[in-house]
Design a binder for this molecule. Structure first.
Ligand SMILES: Nc1ncnc2c1ncn2[C@@H]1O[C@H](COP(=O)(O)OP(=O)(O)OP(=O)(O)O)[C@@H](O)[C@H]1O
Length: 347
């Protein structure tokens, strides 16, 4: 097997806050993105998804730092790269970022063609005319009219700006794209179109993707492999089909039931009550335990280690009861609605 393109190995990220306390935003995060894979990172707000993306690109807020573990890109440790070093050595050429909104990525006072020329000047031997030609080709790839390359960003709608960002993200033919909630700011129709474009890249470009979202159905529809995060911990990771068919972490099971499934249009959606804990210290317990219908005293006795799910060593669940979960979940989810405090629909 070839080396993963991006590997997190026991990564901790902390933010210092005023008064000297810390927020332990990511704890012992471990997962790998194989070359050519689209990898989805999913979890509720505040679970640490953007912190993971920022840690890769040296873009943590000033009060944040990777305090443990390693992040390897193509085998090279990059967890200590500053944003400056990352920008110089890796950004655009190797890793591009598609952010939630293009506001921070596109220069509002420069035409898009000028921005392409600037990028080419710093990173390539292309002439200005060649750079503009390349942007023209990429506009075609993302479904934008070539005639718009001399426009300013503000002349574009939000959806068009996101397409332009995707075009720029491909400009230097990187091997990994990190897309952090790339469609959240868009309407539903536009979300679909952008995801379609992102998906089409898979066939025509030799690219891997880290797609960050709170919507597990987006991951199921667009990715090959995935990790589910909860409360600063990775809960489950593996092949998308595996996690869809055989989720073994309680949070992954309940999250799956919280989103619509076209196969069960009449199903009521699950609600996961409660809030994740404030992590002032590195958690030495499962951060889902307080909200978990199946938690036991053992869940508070140390952070859970990853357990391979039977039959697939690449499918890992960070749950002490992972082996029992198929049975427990089936029993719980069969209960009628009034008997369950977690699931509205009782499925
Ligand atoms: N600069 C910061 N200082 C202190 N705490 C921070 C900082 N940035 C993020 N956090 C905290 O770190 C935790 C993880 O935040 P993060 O933004 O990575 O989560 P997320 O899963 O991306 O959430 P969302 O989906 O809402 O963007 C949260 O508790 C958040 O409040």
């Amino acid at each position: 097997m070839t080396e993963p393109i991006l590997e997190f190995d026991g990564v901790d990220v902390e933010y210092e806050t005023r008064g000297g306390t810390a927020v332990h935003a990511v704890n012992d995060a471990t997962f790998a993105i194989e070359e050519g894979d689209y990898f989805g990172l999913v979890g509720e707000s505040g679970c640490g998804k953007s912190t993971i993306a920022d840690a890769v690109v040296g873009g943590l807020d000033e009060n944040g730092a990777v305090t443990g573990g390693t992040i390897r890109f193509k085998g090279t440790e990059i967890q200590d790269y500053s944003e400056k070093q990352f920008n110089r050595e890796i950004r655009w050429k190797e890793i591009s970022v598609i952010p939630q909104s293009s506001m921070n990525s596109l220069d509002p006072v420069m035409k898009l063609s000028q921005q392409a020329a600037e990028m080419a000047k710093y990173h390539t031997d292309l002439s200005k005319a060649e750079a503009v030609d390349r942007l023209r080709e990429l506009f075609d790839v993302v479904g934008l009219s070539e005639s718009r390359i001399h426009d300013y960003p503000h002349q574009f709608s939000g959806g068009m700006q996101q397409r332009a960002i995707i075009a720029f993200s491909l400009f230097l033919r990187p091997s990994l794209i990190i897309a952090d909630e790339p469609t959240t700011a868009l309407d539903v129709i536009m979300q679909d179109q952008i995801l379609d474009h992102i998906n089409e890249l898979k066939d025509d470009w030799d690219i891997s993707m880290l797609l960050i979202t709170h919507d597990i159905s987006v991951v199921f529809e667009n990715c090959d492999s995935m990790a589910v995060m909860h409360g600063g911990q990775v809960a489950e990771a593996g092949d998308v089909v595996e996690l869809f068919d055989r989720p073994r972490h309680p949070y992954a099971i309940l999250l799956q039931k919280a989103f619509p499934d076209v196969r069960y249009p009449d199903r009521e959606l699950a609600v996961i009550d409660g809030h994740p804990p404030q992590l002032r210290e590195k958690p030495d317990f499962c951060t889902f335990a307080d909200r978990c219908p199946w938690s036991t005293a053992e869940c508070y006795d140390g952070a859970p280690d990853p357990r391979p799910v039977e039959g697939d060593d690449d499918h890992l669940a960070w749950c002490v009861r992972a082996d029992e979960m198929e049975e427990l979940a089936a029993e719980h989810l069969r209960k009628p609605p009034e008997e369950t405090s977690i699931l509205k629909g009782g499925r």
